[in-house]
Structure formats: structure tokens, C-alpha cells
Design a protein around this ligand. Structure first.
Ligand code: NAD
Length: 293
């Protein structure tokens, strides 16, 4: 049983912390949102009044925060000045590679081991404990973190040095954004051509156009009953988060000289969708915009 501080108990962090409690770890939880902390306490976590209090006796710190600026702030102000000697630091948020490397090197300078360990698999994977973890950081820190990550995920990949987990995550989510737009366009073209959505799904899901966006997250209601399309595109994975990741991919493309024209187009389309008041909708809801609604 490890003493774990968990900071950031939102859509993803909440169920991830619950799985650590279920595995009999001693989890001390903090979030700026009181209802999020209360929900974690109900699942067996111990309440902390601040991030600084949560980390002071921790052997392991897990953070699951919205973006790079939150991660920089929480590590600089709360975690690094207060965490117990020898603690292992694990950031699971999806953030820019530069922030991940900056925070890891600040941690190293203070004598702490740190990994970036962003996830894929959504709220469903977080709840079921079946997330994919993409990990960047030293091999020894990865080995130490593995038994903890095992309680929250089932596919755990060491991608390379610090920041490599974030790099893998950004590539994955750029593919996801592009493939979701492809599926939306296919279904809207099918609609105009008079095809039944279920029949189109039956064909494409067993043909060469099949992909995760179609099979797990079909953007039209009906074929995949668990997809957000069946609950008026309630997230899930918000359009704002998808836009954030597509912009991170564009930032990384510009910095590294990679050509990602489809990624650029996807970022533009999701930007239009988010700015039309759909930030909190599931990202698959972009099908309505593709449909001209
Ligand atoms: P969320 O907005 O539901 O949760 C973030 C939580 O962080 C909130 O509860 C917020 O109150 C808390 N928070 C913000 N600043 C804080 C601070 N300074 N101290 C303590 N708590 C603070 O977001 P989420 O959907 O859980 O996503 C978290 C991260 O996981 C993001 O980086 C996202 O890109 C990534 N992600 C999300 C999904 C998904 O399907 N939702 C999938 C994979 C990865």
C-alpha cells in the first residue's frame, strides 16, 4: 500500500483516483472543486485542504490537470516546495512537451524523479481501469511507477525520455481528431446519398474505412449505443480538449518542422465548432457542424 497524493479529480482524475482506492492504496485527494473532492472521499480517498497538504507525506504524487499552465503552477507552488523527500512524481495530464520537460527538469534539480504519463481511453477507460499510458522519463522512474499505473490502465508503454509521453499523446490525438472528421464527413455524405446510418456502419466497421472513431465513438446515434451521440453529445471528451490537443500538435509541428496539413485543417474546424458555443460538447458533436447545423 502506497501513500498517494492525487491532485485534479475531474472527469478523468476522479475515476482514476477511485481505482487507486479500490487497490487499497492510501489516497489523499485535492481539487479546487469541493464537489470533486467530496466525490473522491465517497470512493475512499482522504480529503486534503490544499495541494500542499496533500503532498506533504506522499510517496507518490499523481496529477491530472487541464493544461500546461495548471501543471507548471501546481508543481512550482505546491508540489515541489512541500512534497516529502524521495517521492515519485507522475503527471497524467495532456500538456505541451515543453511544459512537461520544464517541470521534469525543475523536479530533477530538487532531487525528485518525475515522469509524464498522459493517457488515452476516455472516461470509460478511466472508470474501467483500462487506460493506455504513454510514459516519458527515466527507465528507473518508469519501473517504479508501473505498479501504480497498472491499477489504472492495461496498456503501459515507455515512450522514451522526459516529454516523450506527451509527444506520443499529441500524435495520437491529432490522428483521432482527423479520423473523427473523416467519419463525420462519410456519414453526412451517406445521408445525402440516401444511405441508412446503421447499414453504412455495418459496412464500414468491417471494411477498410474502420477506425476507433467509428467503432467506439460513432458520431451518429444508434449503431454504438455507448457513444456520446446517443446522449446529445454530452462529453466524454470535450471539443475544447480536442482543440487544445490539436493546437498542441500544431505547436509541436511548427517547432519540429513536421508537415501536418490535415492536422492544421482539423484544428481550424474544431476552432470554428468551439467558438460557436460548443466547447463543453463532446468532440464527436462536430458532425452537426459538418451537417450544416
Ligand atoms: P476536467 O476539467 O474534468 O478535470 C480537471 C480538474 O482539475 C478539475 O476538477 C479542476 O477543478 C482541477 N484543477 C484545475 N486546476 C487545479 C489546481 N490548481 N489544483 C487542483 N485542481 C485543479 O478534465 P479531464 O477531462 O479530467 O482531463 C484532465 C486531463 O486529462 C486533461 O489534460 C485532458 O486533456 C486529459 N484527457 C482527458 C480525456 C477525457 O476523455 N476527458 C482523455 C484523455 C486525456
Amino acid at each position: 500500500m502506497a501513500k498517494i497524493a492525487f491532485i485534479g479529480l475531474g472527469n478523468m482524475g476522479g475515476p482514476m483516483a477511485a481505482n487507486l482506492c479500490k487497490a487499497q492504496h492510501h489516497v489523499t485527494a485535492f481539487d479546487l472543486s469541493a464537489p470533486a473532492v467530496a466525490a473522491a472521499v465517497e470512493k475512499g480517498a482522504h480529503r486534503a485542504a490544499s495541494a500542499a497538504e496533500a503532498v506533504k507525506d506522499a510517496e507518490i504524487v499523481v496529477t491530472m490537470l487541464p493544461a500546461g499552465k495548471h501543471v507548471r503552477e501546481v508543481y512550482e507552488k505546491d508540489v515541489l516546495p512541500n512534497v516529502a523527500r524521495g517521492a515519485l512524481l507522475i503527471d497524467c495530464s495532456t500538456i505541451d512537451v515543453e511544459s512537461a520537460r520544464h517541470v521534469a527538469s525543475a523536479a530533477k534539480a530538487k532531487g525528485f524523479e518525475m515522469i509524464d504519463a498522459p493517457v488515452s481511453g476516455g472516461v470509460r477507460g478511466a472508470t474501467a481501469g483500462t487506460l493506455t499510458f504513454m510514459v516519458g522519463g527515466p527507465e528507473a522512474a518508469f519501473a517504479k511507477a508501473r505498479p501504480i499505473l497498472d491499477k489504472m490502465g492495461k496498456n503501459i508503454v515507455h515512450a522514451g525520455e522526459s516529454g516523450s509521453g506527451q509527444a506520443a499523446k499529441i500524435c495520437n490525438n491529432m490522428i483521432l481528431g482527423i479520423s473523427m472528421l473523416g467519419v463525420c464527413e462519410g456519414f453526412m455524405l451517406g445521408k445525402r446519398l440516401g444511405l441508412d446510418a446503421q447499414k453504412l456502419f455495418n459496412v464500414v466497421s468491417t471494411a477498410s474505412g474502420s477506425c476507433w472513431s467509428l467503432v467506439n465513438y460513432c458520431p451518429v446515434p444508434g449503431p454504438v449505443p455507448t457513444s456520446p451521440a446517443n446522449r446529445d453529445y454530452q462529453a466524454g471528451f470535450t471539443a475544447a480538449m480536442m482543440l487544445k490537443d490539436l493546437l498542441l500538435a500544431q505547436q509541436a509541428s511548427a517547432a519540429s518542422g513536421a508537415a501536418t496539413p490535415m492536422g492544421a485543417e482539423a484544428a481550424q474546424l474544431f476552432s470554428l465548432f468551439v467558438n460557436a458555443g460548443n466547447a463543453a460538447k463532446d468532440f464527436s458533436g462536430i458532425i452537426k457542424m459538418i451537417d450544416g447545423k
